[in-house]
Write a protein that binds this ligand. Structure first.
Ligand code: ATP
Ligand code: MG
Length: 721
């Protein structure tokens, strides 16, 4: 491809950025202005024009999916493969460096990644050992404390506790870190910090990478936290160049330590030039105008303007639902007509503030037979049965993995009770041993009753036998054998109902996943299993479902960053949900929520629906919410209110943003849509729909336990509750 083609399809400003001389640069621009596109073309430009080798390119993206996409797009642009290029997330790239230099980083070759669940389990165990009341000091809170300190680059020795509470948290941090180090485990925050320290303490290694990665590029820079910034600064500290792209209006991870100020800091520390892009190519004029108006309510902005020469498009539709079920039904209805109009499901996304909101939407999609895929949330590799199976595999490949040991020693139950476990834990603590070896010691020292000793011995034998068996097998067979011989399969087969079935299917899917797993050639793993375990920890969630299947995309607003879809639904846009309740309490949080709303809206290319529900059952409670203040901030000429006609009567037309709407009852029944009712046989449920009159009338109820049913109203004998 010749050079002019590389610059085709770019506007003047974008060209200026792509073809800039080698220097440090910031591309600061609003949503949809082509920042990511510029980054891709820049990489191609570096290779084509500057004759950079793929080995000299190091690009950081926000998700593994984005990394994959970037690689594909560069290959498409250059029409040749770019194998040696490093593209990945901060975590993925750091992990890769740690794997390659585990010895220098003081990690065993088989080191494993601890996810947040395992992390909390481990902390809980330490709390018990340290006689700290978990009710007062929830493991979750402590894990946040530890991760936040690591994100700031702080080890316990760097921290001065300012009071007794912090001293206690600090003690837990210290004990936790010791335990992780002993077991060869790293949590997410540790991956980065450990890699940073490694590079800092090994000048030769650092120089090697600085010389290798002559060209560094970072997307979504506005969401880097302290340690990520320091890490970049270290790596880009030689005579290499770094180009970052970002948008201060899209900084949405402040709650996790991201610092918008890093943009300004970058300009100073790297003596960088700024290029601004102002033309938006993604959204209709209406969507863009509304998003711009919204974000203008924020005070601390670096200031940017965005325009488009595209069409005005349709107004943003705002739907006031009775409740979350009505909202889901509405959304799914619109998706169905989108599909019937000949569009693809993949082109449509449902975005929500909290993961828990997905379930009702999932049910509604399932009911209509529409396929969907969830990014994040209850990810495949985080599901209980999958974690059980993975824990067996982890323990088999690393006996020091205490978290895995804890998870499976009595799953399925094999008569190893709390008492036995606390013997083992005591021994582990007293003799500074991993639990596995402590278990062996406890048996040798005959501290256990006969039955307990037999049970533990059997468990140890099971793991050792499995270890032996697996040596000969391929990865998929390894998983299959482990799932069967551990007793997990039988345990979940015995679990009744839909849930048990789903779990067994998930286990089967895990074996499939192993079969499909390709060991990355460029990374150093001691075995395919090692590679697979690292992959499950790093990639959980992304690409979980079949990527090629046409499916509605569902995700939280946070995970929608950087993506775009022709049709977007933002659901649950209500005070208390979005902006979230907590954002009222902390300063700066409201502006961050508004940025999140801006991110959500600017994902939409052609059409945007925003809905809010008057009442919502979430976490088992019915809540009444008024529409979000963000809706009031949208210009009136950009929005329209929609009302749909169904068989049921709707509430009287109300002011779009009024806080409460009275439910109009069905024409001739005593029930309201969304009302909770009780049925003698099916239990409690929520009224979804109603049709017909008099003796013919039928009512649709979504029962908590048995799902949705149509009932003849006259016989249903529903009671209002
Ligand atoms: P975000 O801030 O959401 O990450 P972004 O600034 O990275 O957005 P891109 O995703 O790179 O924006 O681009 C948005 C859309 O505009 C993409 O579909 C891209 O292909 C298209 N686009 C970018 N530049 C041009 C251009 N010069 N001509 C035509 N289309 C363009
Ligand atoms: Mg982008």
């Amino acid at each position: 491809m010749d050079v002019s083609e590389l610059l085709d399809g770019l506007n003047d400003k974008q060209r200026e950025a792509v073809a800039a001389p080698l220097s440090n640069m910031l591309i600061l621009a609003g949503a949809g202005s082509g920042k990511t596109r510029v980054l891709v073309h820049r990489i191609a430009w570096l290779m084509q024009v500057e004759h950079a080798s793929p080995y000299s390119i190091f690009a950081v993206t926000f998700t593994n999916k984005a990394a994959k996409e970037m690689r594909t797009r560069v290959e498409e642009t250059l029409q040749s493969p770019v194998g040696g290029m490093w593209i990945g997330t901060f975590h993925g790239l750091s992990h890769r460096i740690l794997r390659a230099h585990h010895r220098e980083a003081n990690l065993p070759e088989s080191f494993q990644i601890l996810d947040s669940d395992d992390q909390q389990r481990m902390i809980r165990r330490l709390l018990k050992a340290m006689n700290i009341d978990e009710k007062k000091w929830p493991a979750k809170q402590l894990s946040w404390y530890i991760s936040a300190r690591k994100d700031e680059g702080l080890r316990p020795k760097d921290i001065q506790a300012y009071d007794a509470s912090e001293q206690l948290m600090l003690n837990v941090y210290t004990a936790y870190q010791d335990a992780c180090d002993r077991a060869g485990l790293v949590d997410f925050a540790e991956i980065l910090l450990r890699c940073y320290e490694l590079l800092q303490q090994q000048p030769t290694l650092l120089r090697h990478y600085q010389q290798r990665f002559k060209h560094m590029l970072v997307d979504e820079f506005q969401d880097t936290n302290s340690i990520q910034y320091q890490w970049l600064r270290l790596l880009a500290g030689g005579d290499n160049n770094i180009m970052i792209v970002g948008d201060d209006d899209q900084s949405i991870y402040g709650w996790r330590g991201a610092k918008i100020e890093n943009i300004k800091r970058f300009l100073k520390d790297f003596d960088a030039d700024t290029i601004r892009l102002e033309q938006n190519y993604r959204s209709t004029g209406t969507i863009l105008k509304a998003s711009n108006a919204l974000i203008q309510n924020n005070s601390e902005r670096m200031g940017k303007s965005l325009w488009t020469d595209g069409t005005q498009g349709e107004p943003i539709s705002i739907y006031a639902a009775f409740n979350e079920l009505d909202e889901a039904r509405f959304t799914v209805g619109k998706i169905k007509s989108w599909l019937q109009d000949g569009n693809a499901l993949t082109d449509c996304a449902i975005l929500y503030r909290n993961n828990a909101q997905s379930r009702v939407l999932e049910e509604a999609l399932l009911q209509e037979g529409l396929k969907y895929r969830i990014y994040g949330g209850m990810r495949f590799f985080e599901r209980q049965e999958i974690k059980d199976a993975l824990s067996y595999l982890r323990l088999i490949s690393n006996r020091n993995d205490d978290a895995a040991f804890e998870r499976v020693i009595n799953t399925p139950t094999r008569g190893i009770g709390d008492k036995t476990l606390s013997h083992i834990r005591d021994c582990a603590r007293n003799e500074s041993l991993p639990l596995w070896y402590a278990a062996k010691a406890v048996i040798e020292q005959q501290h256990l009753t006969g039955r307990a000793a037999t049970a533990v011995t059997r468990f140890i034998e099971l793991i050792e036998q499995l270890d032996e068996k697996l040596v000969e097998l391929e990865l998929a067979e390894q998983a299959k054998t482990t799932i069967e011989h551990s007793g997990l399969l039988a345990m979940y087969q015995a679990e009744k109902g839909e849930k048990g079935r789903a779990r067994v299917e998930n286990l089967e899917e895990l074996i499939n996943a192993c079969g499909q797993f390709e060991l990355p050639v460029e990374e150093e793993f001691s075995s395919p299993l090692q590679g697979f375990l690292a992959y499950t920890s790093l990639e959980s969630g992304e690409g979980q479902a079949d990527e090629h299947e046409d499916a509605v995309q569902m995700m939280t607003l946070h995970s929608a960053k950087g993506l775009e879809f022709p049709l977007v639904f933002m659901v649950g846009v209500e005070e208390g949900m979005f902006p979230s309740q907590q954002s009222h309490e902390e300063s700066g949080r409201l502006e961050e929520e508004r940025r999140l709303c801006y991110v959500g809206m600017t994902r939409a290319m052609q059409k945007l629906y925003i809905s809010h529900a008057e009442s919502r059952r979430l976490y088992g409670q019915e809540k009444y919410h008024s529409p979000s203040r963000f809706l009031r901030e949208l210009p009136e000429d950009c929005t329209e209110e929609i009302r749909i006609k169904t068989q049921v009567s709707r509430p009287a037309a109300t002011n779009r943003f009024s806080a409460s709407v009275s439910h109009a009852a069905f024409e001739d029944s005593d029930f309201n849509l969304g009302q909770r009712v009780l049925h003698a046989k099916f239990g409690a449920g929520t009224v979804l729909n109603y049709e017909g009159v008099g003796a013919q009338s039928r009512i649709q109820v979504n029962f908590d336990d048995v799902g949705t049913k149509w009932l003849v109203t006259a016989y249903a004998r529903l009671q209002a509750i």
